[in-house]
Design a protein around this ligand. Structure first.
Ligand code: PEP
Ligand code: MG
Length: 563
């Protein structure tokens, strides 16, 4: 038995086999084969396994996200039935007596190059589809651990690192737990794991076991039995029988606690002295909507729209975005949905954004700065948003704001978009427009900003990062990070106060909102809404229902703000 330590980003216990996830894109080697016909048969077997897998994906996706989005897999099936494509692969195997992997990679690369060379957006999508299909064929041909998160059975996924776009592709049902060697608790991947409600560890400490034994390497863990204790941050490899027994008992206890939390469903998040503070959910992927509804959130307080962009190989079109926003709004009915505009840069990157490598990305071209640098891309998203606004209670939120000047530029672009839609006779809704307060500049000028917008939502993750000069991605800084630093708490208090003075509402959507130690303080400050990952909704509701601030509001403020 070996125990490795990491930082827990989502509690809970997982017991199962380890699956070592390796990044895709390994090079394919070419080697000669003696019997090309046998190689062709091997290829055909892989083809039929891939077909089976894709039709399974289609059915599953249709069930989870609807037939419109599942159609991508029927498109893949069409590629697998394309005679020209298949014949080219087989004839390459026969004519050059080469292995099937090489033939698949070489022929697919030709197609990808051909599609990519055409400027047309549709052709670019085809190139991306072709790349994915070829990856799946290669996977079916190889015996090595999968590359794209294709999981056969429920497993503990262990990886060097996981990008948000990789995490999102994994099948939630098959992931018992995520464990990464790198990463920090407030990185986007960690947030994603939390919103999926899966026990997760990051920053597996220094690769040494508790007993001081040396790290055996990532690959050596593949297929081994393990326990992840998301409560203490331990990865226990090949646990002894009694450890498994003990962990199963803990799992049972957690199930009982869960049952108590479920009894919170259908109840309101009201304090003992009668204040209603809606608890909403943060959603970072399509699966998050299911969890939001399952956990009875009173709205969506933050939809991180960048995931629509990171999932793809090119910018999502206005129509694609419109359909998703509309679906979100329709599913949430009369509950408010706050959709944040594209917040990329720093740890959220996709190749096609073509962002220049920066010395200091967290302080670089990110968030609203990207949108204001490429207004034509921004306007596509605004059009999709305002159009979707006709179908529910939409609030549009802008990230990484630092000044009134930025807000005025945004609002004038938003007016342009509405004017264009009006002229084109396309219906749109009058969505609320608000900003994230996540830079000290915004918090300290929240009195000025409050006059320009309909609401604020405080992003404590970035506000803490910038306020304390602590890189949220850097696990080495853990000891210097103080989530309760009065500088941050004072900025939050000041922001809420300034919002109320200007008659607008103010929520909190960063991770601190889920910290039950702080709930009383946030209520004392007068916060109007808390938005947390879906799994934190019910614990937070239960906490709010225990609080009464009638007598000691001032005392709570004094204690935390040290004023
Ligand atoms: C935040 O910064 O607190 C926030 C909610 O936004 P993100 O974590 O997506 O940067
Ligand atoms: Mg942020």
């Amino acid at each position: 038995m070996k125990v490795y330590r990491g930082k827990s980003v989502c509690g809970g216990i997982a017991i199962g086999k380890i699956y070592v996830y390796q990044k895709g894109g390994q090079s394919v080697t070419r080697y000669p084969v003696e019997d090309p016909e046998a190689e062709v048969s091997r290829f055909r077997e892989a083809l039929s396994r891939t077909e089976e897998q894709l039709s399974h994906f289609y059915e599953k996706a249709a069930h989870q996200v609807g037939e419109a989005d599942a159609a991508i897999f029927s498109g893949y099936q069409m590629i697998l039935h394309d005679r020209e494509y298949l014949e080219s692969i087989e004839s390459r195997i026969r004519s050059r007596s080469v292995n099937a992997e090489y033939a698949v990679a070489a022929i697919s690369d030709n197609y990808v190059a051909m599609f990519s060379s055409l400027e047309d957006e549709y052709m670019q999508t085809k190139a991306a589809d072709m790349r994915d299909v070829s990856e799946r064929l290669l996977e079916a041909l190889s015996d090595s651990p999968g590359r794209k998160g294709r999981l056969e059975e429920p497993v503990i996924v262990v990886a060097q690192d996981l990008a948000p776009s990789e995490t999102i592709q994994m099948d939630r049902e098959k992931v018992l737990s995520f464990v990464t060697l790198g990463g920090s608790p407030t990185s986007h991947t960690a947030i994603l794991a939390r919103s999926m409600g899966i026990p997760a560890l990051v920053g597996l400490a220094s690769h040494v076991t508790e007993g001081g034994e040396k790290w055996e390497g990532l690959k050596a863990l593949h297929g081994r039995m393990a326990v992840v204790d998301g409560n203490t941050g331990a990865l226990i490899v090949e646990p002894e029988e009694e450890v498994i027994l003990h962990m199963r008992q803990l799992q049972e206890k957690e199930r009982e606690e869960r049952a108590f939390l479920l009894s919170m469903k259908g109840k309101k998040s009201v304090t003992l002295d009668g204040r209603h503070v809606p608890v909403c959910a943060n959603v970072g992927n399509r699966g998050g909507l299911g969890l939001t509804l399952e956990n009875d959130a009173e709205g969506i307080g933050l939809f991180r729209s960048e995931y629509l962009y990171l999932e793809k190989d090119s910018y999502p079109t206005e129509e694609e975005q419109f359909e998703i926003y509309k679906m979100l709004l329709e599913k949430m009915g009369d509950r408010r949905v706050v959709i944040r505009t594209l917040d990329v840069g720093a740890d959220k990157q996709a190749d096609y954004f073509a962002l220049v490598k920066e010395e200091n990305p967290a302080m670089g071209l990110r968030g609203i700065r990207v949108s204001l640098t490429w207004p034509e891309v921004f306007k596509v998203q605004l059009r999709a948003l305002f159009r979707a606004g006709a179908f529910g209670r939409l609030a549009i939120m802008y990230p990484m704001i630092t000044s009134v000047k930025e807000v005025r530029r945004i609002r004038s672009l938003a007016e342009e978009v509405k004017e264009e839609l009006r002229k084109e006779g396309i219906p749109y809704g009058n969505a609320e427009q608000g900003i994230m307060i996540e830079t000290p500049a915004a918090a300290l000028t929240s009195d000025l900003l409050a006059k320009e917008v309909d609401f604020f939502s405080i992003g404590t993750n970035d506000l803490s990062q910038y306020g304390m000069a602590i890189d949220r991605q850097n696990p080495q800084l853990e000891d210097f990070y103080d989530p309760y630093h009065p500088a941050i708490l004072r900025m939050i208090a000041r922001t809420i106060q300034n919002a109320h003075r200007a008659g607008i509402w103010c929520g909190i959507c960063g991770e601190l909102g889920a910290d039950l130690e702080l709930t009383e303080l946030f209520l004392a400050m007068g916060v109007d809404e808390l938005s947390v990952s879906p799994v934190s909704v019910l614990p937070l509701r239960s906490r709010i229902r225990q609080i009464s601030l009638k007598e000691h509001r001032e005392e709570v403020l004094r204690k935390w703000l040290q004023e």
